[in-house]
Design a protein around this ligand. Structure first.
Ligand code: ADE
Length: 240
């Protein structure tokens, strides 16, 4: 099987690999666990002014990326009919990315990511290609690139071998429907703050119960949406 791969269509290819060249994802790229390719959308203009964008029909602020230019870049990215990687457009209008979706993408062959700039992309090229539209949150970035970096990071850390043997994705935030419990390490006392006694007890069941209670407390307090979903799931399947 070939390695997981990401192709990013962007007006700013120099933003890549950026943080993905560091740390765990950087090492995993060096050892061939995954690969990254960028396609510079500016290379697909056809007029002599090399314009990638134009003013919006109907008026209003900003510029809109041209359908013909984005289409040419997409055709290049998609020229292999055997390529069944997910085609994703990063936009604040998209569905929120979830850990469940990230897991599925990490288990597949990879992603082709379309990054928009300015006010967006001409809707007709979106309608024609029907990419999955995803958002990284209810806030607006100046472009899709940081969102693409974020999505790739979330996928790559789940690839086999990337997090190392001591990592446990099952225990972290969202995997069990809850935010994660807090962590502590040495020194035992710092600035008059102590490590919770139970964590020093060596009593694994008590530690697990404490961690679960902490995870439930923080989820209930900070994320009523996750808390409600967690409860609904527990009603269906019973407590673990
Ligand atoms: N582009 C601009 N804002 C974005 C967001 N919140 N998510 C994904 N892509 C974006």
């Amino acid at each position: 099987m070939s390695a997981w791969s990401a192709t990013v269509l962007t007006l700013f290819p120099e933003m890549f690999p950026g943080p993905l060249g560091q740390s765990l994802s950087g090492k995993a790229m060096d050892n061939g666990t995954w690969s990254l390719e960028t396609l510079d959308i500016r290379g697909f203009t056809s007029d002599k002014h090399a314009s990638v964008d134009d003013t919006p029909f109907g008026g209003g602020p900003g510029m809109v990326m041209r359908a013909d230019v984005v289409d040419a870049a997409l055709r290049e990215a998609r020229d292999d009919s055997a390529d069944d990687r997910a085609l994703i457009y990063l936009t604040p209008r998209g569905r929120p990315i979830t850990q469940t979706r990230v897991r599925a993408l990490a288990e597949g062959p990879g992603v082709v990511l379309l990054c928009g700039r300015y006010e967006g992309i001409d809707q007709r090229v979106i309608d024609e290609w029907e990419p999955e539209e995803l958002s990284i949150g209810d806030f607006v970035l100046s472009g899709g690139e940081p969102a693409a970096l974020t999505l790739i990071d979330a996928c790559v850390r789940l690839l086999p071998g990337v997090m190392g043997s001591d990592a446990s994705p099952e225990e972290e935030s969202f995997e069990g429907g809850l935010l994660e419990y807090p962590h502590y390490t040495r020194p035992r006392e710092w600035h008059d703050r102590e490590v919770p006694d139970v964590l020093l007890s060596g009593h694994h069941e008590k530690i697990e119960a404490w961690r679960r209670a902490e995870a439930e407390m923080v989820t209930k307090e900070r994320r009523p949406d996750l808390w409600a979903a967690y409860h609904a799931a527990r009603k269906r399947t019973g407590p673990r």
